[in-house]
Design a protein around this ligand. Structure first.
Ligand SMILES: [Zn+2]
Ligand SMILES: [Zn+2]
Length: 140
């Protein structure tokens, strides 16, 4: 175990109890509003728990990622969007406005796992282009 991982584990354990309420609140928000970024999650969290701070939201999101409950994706704009793990799907993404839609996987992961002997933890594939609104506005 490296020094980073052991101190991370220590801080997760220390943060675990303290952040339980925030953790539950953020999980509920992410489950209801997949693909939200930290700022959106923060404003949704504040409407339920007005005293929550932005730093706590960031810390809790990091912890949820470390616990493999939530995953973040960089959707081409430099900041992360969060969703629950285990929803295997593709994203179609507009490179101009960031519009995003979920698409079911066109492949059978379990079949590929059986065929290759790999244990597959998640699928990552993004199809990037223009959404209908952006394509209509500017066909280039
Ligand atoms: Zn667009
Ligand atoms: Zn998604």
């Amino acid at each position: 175990m490296t020094r980073e991982t052991s101190s991370l584990r220590g801080s997760l354990a220390a943060a675990g109890r303290r952040l339980t309420r925030e953790r539950d609140l953020l999980l509920e928000i992410i489950a209801k509003h997949p693909h939200s970024d930290a700022a959106q999650i923060y404003s949704l969290a504040r409407s339920k728990s007005p005293r929550i701070g932005l730093a706590t939201v960031y810390r809790t999101l990091r912890m949820l990622e470390e616990l493999n409950v939530v995953e973040s994706r960089h959707l081409g704009e430099g900041h992360s969007h969060y969703e629950m793990r285990g929803r295997d799907h593709l994203h179609v993404i507009c490179s101009r406005c960031g519009a995003l839609a979920d698409v079911p996987l066109p492949i059978d992961i379990h079949k590929i796992a059986r065929g290759t002997g790999f244990s597959i933890a998640q699928a990552r594939l993004e199809l990037v282009g223009l959404c209908p609104a952006c394509a209509a506005r500017d066909p280039d």
